[in-house]
Design a protein around this ligand. Structure first.
Ligand SMILES: [Cu+2]
Length: 418
């Protein structure tokens, strides 16, 4: 049997979401403890799958919440967490809202992007809005993807009311490009611009964020995103030791295995097409600015990858903004995971009925943790998760933060294996 049936999964998702939205909507001074404690025992029971048949009202009453929307749907569809999952901005392709191009310069591939910082309002749960500061109007910011050794050129213009920067977690040889207040251009005030240039290195999954003070506010308001640096298979062939935490002999077979892995990670190789790749940025929102988060999510929207209405064959109703992540059981699954959570030291990723391989920071081609079902990431930590569902029955498989309160407050999702 799959780990949960569709009706129960829908019920669990709706129950948790309704509870969260109600608490946030009914009391502007809400903190997460009242969310967790104020509405009975439904939530904790709900995460123990199968015991969620409590009597919470599944009705979606618009009026009850004044300006708050229906619980099960998002009215604002500007940002689609499902689209975000698989949108990689490579210079050659990506989002329309992220002007980009790719060209050669001095024998190097340049991937150029235009970034802006803007003040905007984002929707983090149905009817729940958050005053964000955002790169190109979206939280998380656009995912940049380059190949090891490329030049990433970001033309950045600040249209926000506060001073911002872009600080990349890359191996950066020029301190002026580090995006911190006292170096290079320093912070960029409103209407100021600067062009950052970074060499894409090392291969891995990396973080970028604004580095203006106060740091925690500039981060948790939404100025962050992921940079994926694909390994160059030819460089792997030449320097295999740079990509493994292994000190024994490297024979030809082992070397070729690493090269094959590198190809599967590099979006310019056919081997990469066989892998279903997704980007998840674990984030959180302090809606009342009390220094604690009230809402948690992967890719901003609470319960966005929960279960709405579906026909149990991977199809959902048109316009449904909340749905599980559909995956083909015969495909290799790869998640680029970044922790952008502020105020809490760590976040985590836990799969039900499944174990996975984890590559800390994504900088190695062999797993740093093999066959685990939970990993944790401290702030700014990131890594690659690889999953194999080929021997699983079709159905819904939950995954979520295993800080159980984060799960109850939005960071709970399902893979729909078909
Ligand atoms: Cu900032």
């Amino acid at each position: 049997m799959p780990s949960i049936n569709y009706d129960s999964a829908t019920e669990v998702t709706e129950l948790l979401e309704e509870r969260l939205v109600k608490s946030l909507g009914s009391d502007t001074s809400v903190n997460r403890r009242t969310v967790l404690g104020g509405l009975g025992v439904a939530g904790s029971a709900a995460l123990g799958v199968g015991s969620a048949q409590t009597g919470a009202d599944p009705g979606h009453d618009d009026d009850e919440h004044g300006t708050f929307g229906a619980v099960d749907e998002y009215r604002d569809t500007d940002f689609d967490p499902h689209q975000f999952l698989t949108t990689f901005n490579t210079g050659a392709s990506g989002q329309e809202s992220v002007p980009q191009r790719i060209y050669e310069e001095n024998g190097r591939t340049v991937r150029e992007f235009e970034f802006t910082a803007v003040d905007t309002t984002i929707t983090i749960a149905p009817g729940i809005e958050f005053e964000a500061w955002a790169f190109n109007g979206q939280v998380p910011g656009p995912t940049i993807r380059a190949v090891e050794g490329d030049l990433i050129r970001v033309k950045f213009e600040n249209f926000g009311r506060h001073a911002h920067t872009i600080h990349p977690h890359l191996k950066n040889l020029n301190p002026e490009m580090d995006g911190i207040p006292q170096n290079g251009p320093g912070v960029l005030d409103t209407d100021e611009s600067f062009t950052y240039e970074w060499i894409a290195q090392p291969a891995g999954t990396h973080f970028y964020h604004c580095h203006s003070l106060p740091l925690k506010e500039h981060l948790h308001r939404g100025l962050y995103g992921t940079i994926i640096v694909d390994p160059d298979p030819e460089r792997v062939r030449e320097n295999p030791r740079d990509y493994v935490n292994y000190h024994g002999p490297i024979d030809q077979e082992f070397r070729e295995r690493l090269v094959e892995e590198a190809k599967s990670r590099n979006h310019q190789y056919a081997e990469n097409d066989a892998v279903n790749e997704m980007v998840m940025v674990m984030n959180s929102f302090d809606t009342n600015f009390d220094g604690e988060n009230e809402v948690y999510a992967a890719n901003t929207r609470a319960f966005a990858y929960g279960v709405g209405e579906t026909d149990a064959e991977g199809n959902w109703k048109a316009g449904q903004t909340k749905r599980p992540i559909r995956i083909d059981k015969n495909e290799r699954q790869r998640v680029y995971l970044t922790n952008a959570t502020e105020f809490d030291f760590i976040n985590s990723f836990h799969t039900h009925s499944q174990f996975f391989d984890y590559y800390d920071h994504g900088t190695t081609l062999l797993p740093t943790s093999k066959t685990v079902d939970t990993i944790m990431q401290t702030q700014a930590q990131r890594g690659i998760i690889e999953l194999d569902y080929s021997d699983h029955q079709p159905g819904l498989y939950m995954f979520h933060a295993h800080q159980s309160e984060f799960a109850e407050l939005g960071w709970m999702s399902f893979f729909e294996v078909v």
